[in-house]
Design a protein around this ligand. Structure first.
Ligand SMILES: [Mg+2]
Length: 182
């Protein structure tokens, strides 16, 4: 099944851990998961997080990272072929993966990579104008952003399929010998 994911996190550059704040996941079947960590220090976050992320966190009860991991596993259920998509997802994937510990600790059913919508956008030649508008409310809430990821995926896949349709079989009038070649 397809899953679109987003996370919010605090970070302060190389040599420091990426600190998870929240994770949002939307499943292809319509289910949604939104989790907020109890293990980050609101008073210590960087300016971007303070201004853009904290106001959008919502009232979700905060839970430990261990509880977040359990909730994610429960959400994914017995899916033995999950496929994940995020937008500029490198950091999101680290946040997700580290719920399980080291890379080698990830359960076998999980892939070791996340597909990136930005890559797909490049492949289909999409520009920013082709993508869904930024959410009117709740941008930088991980669930709202994951919902945007789902919508973005739909747009990009339609473009990908449309590209194929746009290639008419080019009626190239196979050389029938009617154009007077000597
Ligand atoms: Mg986000």
């Amino acid at each position: 099944m397809l899953y679109w994911i987003d996370s919010e996190f605090d970070e302060r550059g190389g040599g420091h851990p990426i600190i998870p704040i929240s994770i949002g996941i939307v499943a292809e079947d319509g289910r949604e998961l939104y989790l907020v960590s109890s293990e980050f220090d609101e008073s210590a976050v960087n300016d971007f997080v303070r201004e853009n992320v904290l106001p959008e966190l919502g009232d979700e009860p905060r839970i430990t990272l261990a509880e977040m991991k359990d909730r994610v596993l429960e959400f994914l259920g017995g899916d033995d072929d999950p496929q994940f998509w995020a937008y500029f997802g490198a950091y999101d994937w680290v946040v997700f993966a580290q719920l399980f510990g080291t890379m080698a600790d990830m359960p076998d059913f999980l892939p070791w990579f996340c597909n990136d919508l930005a890559t797909l956008a490049g492949l289909v030649g999409a520009t920013k104008d082709d993508l869904p508008p930024d959410p009117e409310e709740g941008e930088h809430n991980a669930l709202v952003d994951a919902q945007w990821d789902r919508d973005c995926y739909a747009v990009l896949m339609a473009m990908a399929e449309g590209d194929d349709d746009d290639e008419p079989p080019e009626d190239e009038s196979p050389a029938t010998g009617t154009d007077g070649e000597a």
